[in-house]
Design a protein around this ligand. Structure first.
Ligand code: NAD
Length: 499
């Protein structure tokens, strides 16, 4: 598909914000009433539009971010397509009215839950996976019946333009998805425009700013924030697989992955062997442009500076460079992979998200120490455990304070649209993907309907003479053993008093 991406990018003026909301609200008034089945048909058109422009999108994403084209296809386009299929297939079922049980004290009534769209959703997205992390929340919000204003990252504006073109090509109703191009100032102005819901993916720092602003108007949010993920390699781990998993999990997208591996804790018995093999395998990776390279460039100079600072700090405090070169030897945005050993808690690499192609390895005595170190982080996005003992893996996974855990693999929970995705602690609030995602973009409405039409309910006025009857009723029903004759006797008397 020969869509063209301009070399200069549009910037949405702050003064345009009220008009964006006016158009979004107008679009919502019709879209919010459509049946989930009809919305699914539009999502199908969007999926086919993605497939039609696959090469173009992969190229734009790869150029804008510096990531290899394979990664644009596997970690940006594939999850979006899989999510669209999931939504087409499951959203009508997940959002269907649900009959609920009604307790005996409310006999004669029917209860159900409905999922209603929230209204206008503001999606603010980051630069590291600029397509996936924008389109997945947008399409989930649409499936749930909302209108969307998307503000993509200003660091990768070409992807913002490509997404805008994609939404137009899919023939969505006018004003249903609007893309606003600009930096944090525009993001702040959009937050101040009072959307009905904010879905934010980005740093912990910006997430807290947005949460404070949202709280002023009680706007609900989902926050998908920073991570500092641990990988735990136990002494019975499949070592060769763990080595390759660590490299991919840590170096994918040049380490600029929220769920990327940053801290590796290896049980002492296999530590030397694991670290040696890790360095050897890292040396075999190819870096550069073109489709044959494993590593591309980092996305922007500012992030390179953060990584330089973290690595220089670690080396100055006594970390050992197991693989890679010191920051003085890096050129431009091409940052060679770095593996650091002998790391200590005061180093930035052990305390904060580095978000670059840097892995740290540290020996641990046992499972307990590994879990304690992993959980010592203020972040809690994802983690992985490596062992050939399934029960051991599941036990350790259960102890980790994170939104997700992978056993003998990395990152992949994010790629399963059936699983919820979100972080705990500083890594975020709420989750999306799967049923959780559709429900996050809906408000759950409880409805009860009286089916008997009696003149008065037993719990209505008048109260005269009812207190001892209710006390008898509650004791008979909730005590053990349950005493049905007493219960029905009290109930009959209450009914008589409520005619
Ligand atoms: P960022 O917080 O700097 O920016 C994210 C978005 O927020 C951008 O679109 C930016 O323009 C906007 N923004 C900035 N200031 C704003 C304000 N005051 N009000 C409203 N919007 C504002 O994050 P980033 O550097 O683009 O992304 C990298 C970070 O995102 C990393 O910390 C990474 O871990 C995190 N991340 C998290 C997930 C996740 O799912 N949990 C996924 C990817 C990235």
């Amino acid at each position: 598909m020969a869509a063209t991406v301009p070399k200069t990018y549009p910037e949405t003026p702050l003064t345009a914000v009220p008009e964006l909301y006016r158009r979004a609200r107008a679009a919502f008034s019709a879209w919010g009433r459509t049946a989930p089945m009809d919305r699914a048909r539009h999502l199908r058109s969007l999926r086919l539009a993605v497939v039609e422009r696959l090469d173009h999108l992969a190229r734009v994403i790869a150029e804008a971010t510096g990531k290899p084209r394979v990664e644009a296809l596997t970690t940006e386009l594939l999850p979006v397509l899989d999510t669209l299929v999931y939504l087409e297939k499951h959203a009508p079922r997940v959002l269907r009215r649900r009959r609920m049980p009604t307790p005996i004290f409310l006999f004669g009534k029917a209860s159900y839950v409905e999922y209603r769209p929230r209204g206008v959703v503001l999606v603010i997205s980051p630069w590291n996976y600029p397509f996936q992390l924008a389109v997945v929340p947008v399409v989930t919000a649409l499936a749930a019946g909302n209108a969307v204003i998307l503000k993509p990252s200003e660091v990768t504006p070409a992807v913002g333009v490509a997404m805008e073109q994609l939404f137009q090509a899919a023939g969505l109703p006018d004003g249903l998805v609007q893309t606003a191009h600009g930096d944090g100032r525009l993001g702040a102005a959009l937050v101040a425009g009072k959307p009905d819901y904010i879905f934010f993916t980005g740093s912990y720092r910006t997430g807290t700013i947005i949460q404070v602003e949202a709280a002023k108007h009680l706007i609900p949010t989902t926050l998908e924030l920073s991570g500092h993920d641990a990988m735990i390699v136990l002494d019975d781990a499949p070592l060769e697989r763990a080595v390759h998993g660590a490299l991919w999990g840590g170096l994918l997208n040049s380490g600029q992955t929220c769920v990327g591996v940053e801290r590796i804790y290896v049980q002492r018995g296999v530590y030397q062997e694991f670290t040696r093999r890790l360095a050897e395998a890292a040396a075999r990776l190819r870096q550069g442009g073109g489709d044959e390279a494993d590593l591309g460039e980092m996305t922007w100079a500012r992030q390179v500076e953060v990584v330089k600072q973290h690595v220089a700090d670690a080396l100055s405090k006594g970390a050992r460079l197991v693989h890679g070169r010191p920051p003085e030897e890096w050129r431009g945005r091409t940052v060679p992979p770095v593996i650091l050993a002998d790391v200590t808690d005061e180093m930035l690499v052990c305390r904060e998200e580095t978000f670059g192609p840097v892995l740290t390895v540290k020996p641990v005595a046992d499972e307990e120490e590994a879990v304690a170190l992993a959980n010592a982080s203020p972040y809690g996005l994802s983690a992985s455990v490596w062992t050939t003992d399934r029960r051991r893996g599941e036990r350790v996974a259960g102890l980790l304070e994170t939104g997700s855990v992978v056993i003998n693999d990395v990152i992949v929970t994010l790629a399963n649209p059936h699983l919820p995705f979100g972080g705990v602690k500083r890594s975020g609030l709420g989750s999306y993907h799967g049923e959780a995602g559709l429900k996050a973009f809906s408000h759950e409405k409880a409805v009860m309907e009286d089916r008997l039409g009696r003149r008065r309910e037993v719990y209505w006025f008048p109260y005269a003479g009812k207190a001892p009857l209710f006390a008898r009723l509650l004791r008979a029903y909730f005590g053990e053993p349950r005493r049905w004759p007493v219960f029905f006797g009290a109930f009959a008397q209450l009914l008589r008093r409520s005619r």
